[in-house]
Design a protein around this ligand. Structure first.
Ligand SMILES: CC(C)(COP(=O)(O)OP(=O)(O)OC[C@H]1O[C@@H](n2cnc3c(N)ncnc32)[C@H](O)[C@@H]1OP(=O)(O)O)[C@@H](O)C(=O)NCCC(=O)NCCS
Length: 152
């Protein structure tokens, strides 16, 4: 089973990507519930991303349409240098463990390199072992912790 990576096409792909959002957010924010309002905001954000030259969404196409996607954002760091952010990464459960995310990450890094970015960063929830394992295996290291404690 091979996938082809291509640019996101809003009218053609938006509903498939929206169908991926509940699991993407619920995995990374335990207890999160993807309401219709939340999904409608995501639809709007995808529409904006498709028109924004600083953002690129790539989809991995299986035989019957998108099976995963990566959302890339070009930004400037505090010293005005270009850097890349992986804002979202998702692969459908039926396609996991086959290197699809690796392929999307490789394309993303290549895109950032082509824009002269000196680093690429991302946020991942510590309990998301699969994603943390993937990023570590690609050479990502921890640069900051976000900490919290429940208040009674
Ligand atoms: C995380 C996710 C994108 C990985 O997609 P994938 O296509 O299965 O990943 P790949 O097959 O390309 O890479 C698998 C790599 O992940 C790592 N990995 C997979 N399962 C793992 C686990 N249980 N523990 C640790 N590392 C694991 C390994 O490094 C593995 O590489 P290997 O197969 O060569 O050993 C996918 O599981 C997903 O969409 N999860 C839900 C959404 C999500 O959490 N996205 C990330 C948000 S930050």
């Amino acid at each position: 089973m091979t996938v082809v990576v291509r640019r996101f096409d809003y009218p053609r792909d938006v509903e498939t990507l929206i169908s991926f959002m509940p699991e993407l957010y619920e995995t990374n924010f335990p207890g999160f519930v993807a309401t219709p309002e939340f999904l409608s905001r995501q639809r709007q954000r995808l529409r904006e991303a498709a028109r924004d030259p600083a953002q690129l969404v790539l989809v991995a196409d299986g035989s019957r349409g998108p099976v995963g996607f990566i959302w890339l954002v070009l930004e400037l760091d505090s010293r005005g240098r270009r850097r890349g952010e992986v804002a979202a990464l998702y692969v459908h459960p039926a396609w996991r463990g086959k290197g699809v995310a690796r392929k999307l990450m490789a394309e993303g890094e290549e895109y950032f390199r082509s824009w002269g970015c000196h680093t690429v960063h991302l946020m991942v929830t510590a309990s998301n072992e699969r994603a943390v394992g993937l990023y570590r295996s690609l050479g990502y290291t921890v640069t900051r912790y976000q900490m919290e404690k429940p208040l009674r």
